[in-house]
Write a protein that binds this ligand. Structure first.
Ligand SMILES: *Cc1c(COP(=O)(O)O)cnc(C)c1O
Length: 801
């Protein structure tokens, strides 16, 4: 196997990664050496690879600082409408390379590090992932931050600075073992703590009616300490902020205990308060009603709204003296997007602040709140929908429960007047579910408290509008929208696939990076033999590189000439990894029968598996990443697969299996797995093998529960799509036998993937939901550090208008 080009070698040949000026490079080298000395306190004799990573990270970070301060000053001066993206997850991954790309510093850094005798890829590998998310929802938030900065929106991400992100998965003797993700162990060069902006968050206590209004008293206070991370746009001098809150116990926490003499215990108990931001709940598409999670959800929302209100009040339009009229401008200056229902408490919290602190009337407070919030729904799986027990609410957030009851009362009064006597409808639409213990339905709260509700792909938004929340859309049809998800092409092409990014730039120029729809220009090259060769060569190199990585990191050897058939995503029943397993077993059985078939199957390529049961995957974004990178898709008509087929032509994907209507028909008739098992001999053979201990001879009943589930309790109907899936896989193998044809289809897919840029998604949110315009702010390039500091001083000394 020949050694692949390293990224360092590849980057040298290409232009999309910034200019390698001599001054540039010597500045970077100087910065690197300075940080190694002053920041890391090391010399080259004792420095570790990690020290070198930190020295480079700090050097690159220095290039952000002036732009960051400048951008924030500019927002203060211009006072545009701010967009706040609230999310319990931001799955950011690594930051160093992304920063170099967005600042156009990549080639210069490569050269500087090379001249210092170091390997930049090795340094990049030292960075910990910021794994503050579970999967697609958290990664979407991260892609959106990149797009909002690239489009020049005055936007902020607000979330929690979990001390432990998504666990590291280890497999020991075939079983998963979760390992703690201690990602902050070595320090995080990208964050800046802002203890001076610490804010109090209240829990528990009781509600008191006083002459001056309702008071929430006898609460326990936890402090929220902000940590800011810069979010650079692509080559536009904009640097936005992601602000993540960390929980701190107040210094007088449990002072009562101290008074009775247990100072040590009081200090130890500070952990109880600080546990709020300790760890990300690793649930994907599943609601687990734990008190600590509800605390996290309120914690982020309470701290963030204080920040938003402070910023609004400090702005030109903010209310200073004229509180009552001042807040009328709030929805013109503030848009808050709720990433699923996780930050839904923002709605009653803003109501509480307006009513109890700012003393607005209910009607005024409600009008402003509704105009401010918008809600994105991410799933229709019932087990994922948040429904918090009223009991828990009453204990932790008694005032919020009161407010939710009042919202509900007014909401139900409205429904009752529109549909007199329709008790069933009232029950269906209530924010409070009554049967099986009282619960607050957070999706209903979000719908009622927002001016827009959106799904994340056409098919999903149709389900949201016409099925799951039909009652609500009947009353307010204009509230319901679609915003098909996207992915940022900076990370998911330039960063992860430099070879392809550069090849495309050579053919159609570099502008496609900011306008991904320009990829359609590649359509004129589908018959160009040299382009076809180059595209397949890039894929081949990527496969060789990945094979090397797998062997080095996981001691797994694979043949780079084989088809790389990939299903990477969270393991969940609805995503049907089991269907994929059945195909693998079926292939195994073919091989077992006919060795020559193996020789035909083995020369292979990249195939993206998107095989969820129709109607269950809201959008998916993994599917888009594969398409942009020239994989072919085998998939069901679910989530964004539908729109991918629409863009590329269904004939250029391997679409198979039940459509939503087929699933519904099967449900009506009653899904009987046994029927499929009896009817399909190859399926029967697979299942018999699994059941009979063929794959677990030491423990023959290892998979008993699994088989029982597939027969008697399979909500996602694996057997019903088995036959169609196997047939689609045969078509895949057939096309793969003619590599040139395969690559032509891959190019057609790349050319059709422009729609799936998160830039397009964010432009739609900006126009249809937030009422803000992209790029109406032109951030000037940063000043020298000295001037930048002067500017800040000047701005802070300016009399507040
Ligand atoms: C894109 C992405 C996902 C989402 O993948 P799906 O196939 O849409 O579920 C999950 N995890 C990570 C790390 C991702 O980058």
């Amino acid at each position: 196997m020949s050694r692949p080009l390293s990224d360092q070698e590849k980057r040298k040949q290409i232009s999309i990664r910034g200019i390698v000026g001599v001054e540039n490079v010597s500045e970077l080298k100087k910065g690197f050496n300075r940080h190694l000395h002053f920041t890391l306190v090391k010399d080259r004799n004792v420095a570790t690879t990690r020290d070198y990573y930190f020295a480079l990270a700090h050097t690159v970070r220095d290039h952000l600082v002036g732009r960051w301060i400048r951008t924030q000053q500019y927002y203060y001066e211009m006072d545009p409408k701010r967009t706040y993206y609230l999310s319990l997850e931001f799955y950011m991954g690594r930051t160093l390379q992304n920063t170099m790309i967005n600042l156009g510093l990549q080639n210069a850094c490569d050269e500087a590090i090379y001249q210092l005798g170091l390997d930049i890829e090795e340094l990049e590998e030292m960075e910990e992932d910021a794994g503050l998310g579970n999967g697609g929802l958290g990664r979407l938030a991260a892609c959106f931050l990149d797009s909002m900065a690239t489009l020049g929106l005055a936007a902020y991400g607000y979330g929690i600075r979990y001390e432990y992100g998504i666990f590291n998965q280890k497999i020991r003797e075939g079983w998963q073992v979760e390992e703690a993700d201690d990602w902050l162990r070595h320090g995080n060069p990208w964050e800046k703590a802002r203890p001076e902006y610490m804010l109090p968050v209240h829990f528990y206590g009781r509600v008191e009616e006083t002459k001056t209004g309702v008071k929430w008293v006898d609460t326990q206070v936890v402090l929220a300490m902000p940590y800011d991370t810069p979010v650079p746009g692509y080559m536009n001098n904009t640097v936005n902020t992601m602000r993540l809150w960390s929980a701190r116990a107040p210094n007088d926490f449990k002072l009562q205990d101290f008074n009775v003499g247990d100072y040590i215990q009081a200090v130890l108990d500070r952990n109880l308060a600080e546990n709020i931001s300790r760890v990300l709940y690793p649930n994907d598409n599943f609601f687990e009603g734990k008190e600590l999670r509800l605390k996290q959800e309120y914690f982020v929302v309470a701290a963030t709204l204080q920040d938003i209100l402070r910023r609004f009040k400090a702005s030109k339009f903010g209310c200073r003296d004229t509180i009552r009229t001042g807040f009328d401008a709030f929805p013109e200056k503030v848009a808050i997007q709720l990433n699923d229902t996780h930050p839904a408490l923002g709605i009653p919290e803003l109501m509480r602040v307006f009513l109890d602190i700012e003393k607005l009337s209910w009607d005024k407070a409600w009008e402003i709140t509704k105009k401010t919030f918008a809600y994105t729904n991410h799933t229709v799986l019932p087990e994922a929908l948040e429904r918090w027990p009223v009991e828990l609410f009453e204990k932790l957030l008694p005032r919020h429960l009161q407010i939710i009851y009042e919202i509900n009362q007014r909401h139900l009064d409205k429904i009752a007047s529109l549909f007199p006597g329709d008790m069933d409808r009232l029950k269906r639409m209530s924010l409070i579910e009554e049967d099986g213990g009282k619960r607050v339905n957070m999706a209903h709260l979000c719908i009622v408290g927002s001016h827009v509700v959106n799904g994340v792909a056409k098919i999903h938004s149709d389900i949201v509008r016409n099925k799951v929340f039909k009652d609500f859309s009947e009353i307010e049809p204009e509230k319901f929208q679609n915003k098909t998800n996207g992915i940022t092409p900076r990370r998911w092409l330039l960063l992860c696939n430099p070879g392809l990014a550069e090849l495309i730039a050579e053919k159609i120029g570099e502008d496609y990076v900011k306008d991904l729809s320009q990829l359609s220009k590649l359509n004129k090259l589908v018959d160009d033999p040299s382009f076809i060769r180059d595209v397949s060569k890039v894929k081949e190199e990527n496969k060789i590189k990945f094979a090397h990585y797998l062997e080095k990191e996981y001691k797994v050897k694979i043949n780079p000439a084989s088809m790389f058939d990939v299903q990477v995503k969270r393991i969940h029943e609805y995503k049907r990894q089991l269907l994929n397993c059945l195909h693998v077993i079926t292939m195994y059985n073919h091989l077992y029968r006919e060795v020559s078939l193996a020789e035909k199957v083995i020369p292979a390529t990249d195939l993206s598996e998107q095989i969820s049961t129709a109607g269950t995957e809201a959008s998916g974004t993994g599917n888009m990443k594969f398409m942009l990178n020239g994989s072919l898709t085998i998939g069901t008509m679910d989530g964004a697969n539908v729109e991918m087929a629409e863009e590329a032509g269904e004939e250029n994907l391997f679409i198979f299996g039940m459509r939503i209507k087929d699933v519904e028909e099967l449900d009506k008739k009653g899904y009987n797995a046994q029927e499929f098992y009896e009817k399909l001999p190859e399926l029967k053979k697979c299942i018999d093998q699994i059941q009979g201990g063929f794959f677990s001879p030491m423990k023959p009943d290892q998979f008993k529960d699994l088989v029982n589930m597939l027969f008697y309790n399979d909500r996602f109907k694996v057997f019903a799509d088995y036959e169609a899936y196997i047939k689609a896989q045969e078509k895949v193998s057939e096309l793969y036998k003619t590599p040139k044809q395969w690559t032509i289809v891959a190019i057609k897919n790349i050319a059709a993937s422009g729609k799936f840029s998160s830039d397009r998604t964010i432009k739609e949110y900006a126009k249809d939901i937030w009422g803000v315009k992209p790029s109406n702010l032109k951030i000037p390039p940063p000043n020298e550090p000295r001037d930048a500091i002067d500017d800040v001083v000047a701005a802070s000394q300016k009399p507040k208008a």
